[in-house]
Design a protein around this ligand. Structure first.
Ligand SMILES: Cc1cc2nc3c(=O)[nH]c(=O)nc-3n(C[C@H](O)[C@H](O)[C@H](O)COP(=O)(O)O)c2cc1C
Length: 232
């Protein structure tokens, strides 16, 4: 029986990535509920390749300190390569960067301001909790990374459904060795990204940012599927 889409639509469309959180810790039952929801994610051949570490409290504070220290020392150790090429995706990424800096009141040319933004990433944007999403190195990693993405989106939507929020952060994955060493994770597990999570700070100017999406027509091609894209 077709179900109602309105609750899901509301949650999916209101989810956002906050860049400033309240320090209030979440309840164990909320964290457990989010982890249980995330665990239902589909994966290639039901391999469930995610290995997730959550830090809170003293562990969270100590890891943030280690990450800030690594940043000061210029010690980066990403497990995966980066880059958006030099076309459309670079443009979109620059547009996002410019919007984030604007809401923070920082010029893109301001090196100190940009560095401060990286360091706020490493302090989990003030969130009381962070989850680190590790994956085994299988083949070229692409299919496994897809599975981790499924898990992460479940995680984020579960937070949103509870009035909570999270932000996925590739920047946390740039310091993979630092994170692995701190958490006692073996080198075979690769760090795709982290998710800082908690309650978004409604008063933070940076959280007023609303990102846009290109129209469906730019992303979707329909074959023998009439009527879907008739209106803009
Ligand atoms: C895999 C992934 C990694 C991301 N890494 C970062 C990051 O390191 N730092 C950051 O501030 N935002 C990061 N983001 C957040 C994106 O910028 C954000 O999702 C995008 O701009 C769309 O905004 P919205 O999530 O509010 O809809 C990441 C998002 C994803 C999905």
């Amino acid at each position: 029986m077709p179900g109602t889409t309105s609750a899901f639509t509301e949650i999916a469309r209101s989810r956002r990535s906050p860049r400033h959180f309240l320090p209030t810790a979440l309840s164990p039952s909320d964290i457990r509920g989010v982890l249980e929801d995330a665990q239902t994610a589909p994966s290639n051949s039901n391999t469930q390749p995610w290995s997730v570490h959550v830090v809170s409290g003293a562990a969270r504070d100590a890891l943030a300190k280690e990450l800030l220290r690594a940043e000061e020392e210029g010690w980066t150790s990403p497990d995966f390569t980066d880059g958006y090429g030099d076309g459309l995706y670079l443009e979109r990424s620059r547009a996002l960067g410019a919007s984030v800096y604007r809401t923070r009141g920082v010029e893109r040319s301001d090196r100190d301001g940009r560095r401060a933004a990286v360091r706020e990433n490493l302090e989990f944007y003030g969130a009381p909790h962070a989850a680190f999403l590790f994956m085994p190195a299988l083949g070229d990693g692409v299919r496994t990374a897809g599975d981790i993405g499924m898990y992460a989106q479940n995680f984020l939507l579960s937070l949103a459904a509870r009035g909570l929020a999270g932000i996925p952060q590739t920047v946390l994955g740039v310091y993979a060795d630092t994170v692995r060493e701190f958490l006692g994770v073996p080198a075979e597990l690769k760090l795709l990204f982290g998710i800082s999570f908690g309650m978004a700070d409604p008063a933070a100017p940076v959280n007023t940012l609303r990102t846009e999406r290109v129209p469906l027509q730019r992303s979707v091609v329909l074959h023998d599927t009439p009527g879907v894209l008739d209106r803009p």
